[in-house]
Write a protein that binds this ligand. Structure first.
Ligand SMILES: Cc1cc2nc3c(=O)[nH]c(=O)nc-3n(C[C@H](O)[C@H](O)[C@H](O)COP(=O)(O)OP(=O)(O)OC[C@H]3O[C@@H](n4cnc5c(N)ncnc54)[C@H](O)[C@@H]3O)c2cc1C
Length: 387
């Protein structure tokens, strides 16, 4: 019995599961995606698509549609956001044009990206994504996997050549495998909120599309989206129940006391950086948040997950290539990506006079040193390995 008589089953229709499904469909594989929700998630999470993922989306034939819903960001700014607003560094991203055809980041909301991927999957093969269908268990039979699915009527069992767990940070597939998860050093607690207009002036200064603001309450990230502004502010997980978790306090310090801006979609999230110690057991695989969680402040978590899916689609169904995929992706995440995310977190949250002075010196030096600015841009854009 050959396993490719059965479809490849993907648990979860988040950005990672959908990118994997689209990659597989475009290579002619039969795929089924089971999503426990009755509609795709709409909560505003990731905002930033990095150049390697823009390349992958181009390969999948959906970059034009994603680009149309997003805003191209051509520089990263760093501001001292005290009583005197001072631009410390403006890092141009087009300095990376020799290593990527897409030397910018695209601000596009996660729901918009998922909508485009979902439409493309359904165009490729209608009925691939089955909403309201939860993967509740599975048995690896060696040659194939029996996947139990609940919802949409009675429970059923589906035979799969592979089961790919793209079911998020609380992955039921990972828990069922009993795969140990290694907690890494970083934890981010942050508040996010939105303002309905893509404002170009902030507290009297012209501001770029992606700006890190060093405020008295801690670092904030200002992101201009296609039709709104998103702010993400790191808060202290230990304390901060008062001012630093209060969206109105964030509004006062970021937008100004009398700005009158109205905040919507407010939420506080905590993310623990972690990685599953193995991403493959037999015919069951883990990817995206199910396999690793990276601090969102680096803007890379969804991106690395989509790359997991894109590259897995090229490796399946060949055993040796799947082995290699698992080894390379896990090593990449455990090494460079997590180290960079942690370094970004420490850099942004550095406190105390000396640490703040070092950060200021580093950032102001970027303006005088294009080589250092380019290295910074590559590191912040998941392109460091192309130097
Ligand atoms: C506030 C915030 C901001 C962020 N900003 C960024 C950013 O700027 N850049 C970035 O790269 N990342 C960012 N991230 C991280 C990003 O949101 C995640 O990395 C991304 O959602 C991971 O995608 P995924 O498909 O692996 O998992 P998810 O998006 O969690 O999708 C998993 C899907 O699986 C479904 N599911 C779960 N269990 C089952 C089951 N048993 N059966 C079937 N379906 C199931 C879920 O309903 C869900 O739809 C941010 C996160 C947060 C919280």
């Amino acid at each position: 019995m050959t396993t490719d008589r059965y479809p490849i089953v993907v648990a979860g229709a988040g950005p990672v599961g959908l990118a994997l499904a689209l990659g597989l469909l475009r290579q002619g594989f039969a795929v089924l995606v089971f999503e426990r929700r009755t509609r795709l998630a709409t909560d505003p999470r990731a905002t930033t698509i990095q150049p390697p993922v823009l390349e992958a989306l181009a390969d999948l034939g959906v970059l034009g549609a994603v680009d149309a819903r997003g805003r191209r960001v051509t520089s990263l700014q760093y501001w001292d956001w005290g009583s005197e607003r001072e631009l410390l560094a403006n890092v141009p991203l087009n300095a990376m044009r020799d290593v990527s055809a897409y030397p910018w980041r695209l601000h596009c909301t996660q729901p918009d990206l998922c909508a485009v991927l979902h439409e493309a999957v359904e165009r490729e093969l209608p009925g691939t994504v089955q909403l309201g269908s939860r993967v509740s268990g599975f048995i690896d039979r060696g040659d194939y996997v029996e996947v139990q699915v609940e919802g949409g009527g009675r429970p059923r069992t589906v035979r799969a050549s592979w089961l790919c767990g793209a079911d998020g940070a609380q992955s039921a597939v990972r828990k069922r495998l009993d795969t140990p998860v290694r907690q890494l050093a970083g934890v981010d607690t942050f508040l996010t909120c939105e303002v309905a207009t893509p404002m170009h002036q902030l507290r009297g200064v012209e501001i770029g599309d992606a700006a890190f603001l060093f405020t008295a309450l801690g670092p904030a990230l200002f992101m201009r989206m296609a039709d709104c502004v998103r702010v993400l502010m790191l808060v202290d997980p230990e304390e901060g129940t008062a001012s630093t978790r209060d969206p109105e306090a964030v509004a006062r310090i970021v937008f100004g006391a009398d700005s009158g801006v109205e905040l919507r979609n407010r939420a506080v999230y905590t993310v623990q950086q972690q990685v599953a110690t193995t991403w493959r057991q037999g015919r069951v695989l883990l990817l995206g948040d199910a396999a690793h969680a990276t601090l969102p402040v680096s803007g890379t978590a969804m991106n690395t997950g989509i790359l997991d899916g894109f590259l897995l689609a090229q490796a399946l169904p060949h055993e040796a290539r799947v082995e290699q995929w698992e080894r390379e992706r896990r090593t990449e995440l455990e090494g460079r990506v997590d180290a960079n995310a942690l370094a970004a977190h420490r850099f942004l949250t550095a406190d105390g006079w000396i640490a703040r002075k070092n950060r200021r010196d580093y950032l102001t030096a970027l303006g005088r040193n294009p080589t250092a600015a380019r290295a910074h841009a590559l590191r912040a854009s998941l392109l460091e390995d192309r130097t």
